[in-house]
Structures are given as structure tokens and as C-alpha cells.
Design a protein around this ligand. Structure first.
Ligand code: CA
Length: 153
């Protein structure tokens, strides 16, 4: 197997469309993979992708969830961190259209780090959904993550 992005414009685009339809103004990542335990993978175990999202001034928190787009036993989780505050969310069932619960990290404006991990070695595919908002839930300016994570495993 080789590391690849699957279905970039498929699920990601449909999620984006759904977000627009529900007026959520959510941001989504491209569909990315976690890849471990293969001869050509960067790590044998513990693949982790690292992302950064910037929340504009006036933001109170980052809200995020993760969609595991691959069925199988391995679960995908996303942990967001900033200034000694963190929250973790896990998609308990891969391969369906139900994402993990939304969680919040209330650490104000600035750069949040998001780390996506898998519970078992192998290959997982996932899409992040996230946005920044004020303390009353009004969406604030949120950076769009790049096509690939800062650490890509
Ligand atoms: Ca799911």
C-alpha cells in the first residue's frame, strides 16, 4: 500500500455542502489518512497527524469534531490543545456519516494545535470539522487548514 489521499472532493465536499446548507459555516479538512504498521509507513505504531488552526481576535474557543471515514476496528480521535487547555473527541464508529461529538477548547484567540490519532495500527481516513466562535456561539474568523497536516503520518 502507498500513502495517499482518498476521495478528496468526495466526502469533504459533501460535508462542506452540508455545512453551508445548515448555515453552520463550518470548516472541514480534506480527507486525510493515518498510516502505520506497513513497511513504507513513517511509524510502526502511533501514527499522529498534527494540524494548526488560528482563531481570530474575539474568539473564545475552538469547536471541533472528527469523522472516521473508514470502517474497521481502529478508531480515530482528535485532540485540540492551546495554553494548557485541551479536549479530545473520538468517532466511535468508522465508515458511517456520523462524526464524533463536537468538543470545545476555551482558550481564546490564537493558534490551536489539533492532533489526530488512530487506536490501532493500519490505515484510517478522516475529515476534521472545526470552527472558532465567541462565548455566545457566534462564529469568528477561522483559518482553513492546508491540504496536508504539519506532521503527516
Ligand atoms: Ca462515525
Amino acid at each position: 500500500m502507498t500513502k495517499k489521499i482518498k476521495n478528496i472532493m468526495g466526502v469533504g465536499l459533501s460535508l462542506f455542502t452540508l455545512g453551508q446548507m445548515s448555515n453552520v459555516m463550518a470548516h472541514v479538512s480534506f480527507e486525510n489518512d493515518l498510516y502505520s504498521g506497513f513497511s513504507d509507513s513513517p511509524v510502526a505504531y502511533g501514527a499522529a497527524d498534527v494540524w494548526e488552526v488560528t482563531c481570530s481576535g474575539g474568539s473564545d474557543r475552538l469547536v471541533l469534531s472528527v469523522l472516521d471515514t473508514e470502517s474497521g476496528r481502529s478508531k480515530v480521535s482528535a485532540l485540540a490543545y492551546k495554553d494548557k487547555k485541551a479536549a479530545n473527541t473520538i468517532d466511535s464508529r468508522g465508515g458511517n456519516s456520523t462524526a464524533s461529538p463536537f468538543v470545545r477548547v476555551n482558550a481564546g484567540d490564537g493558534i490551536y494545535t489539533i492532533i489526530v490519532t488512530q487506536s490501532l495500527p493500519g490505515i484510517n481516513y478522516y475529515i476534521l470539522e472545526y470552527h472558532c466562535e465567541t462565548s455566545t456561539g457566534t462564529h469568528t474568523t477561522t483559518s482553513q487548514v492546508p491540504e496536508f497536516p504539519l506532521q503527516d503520518q
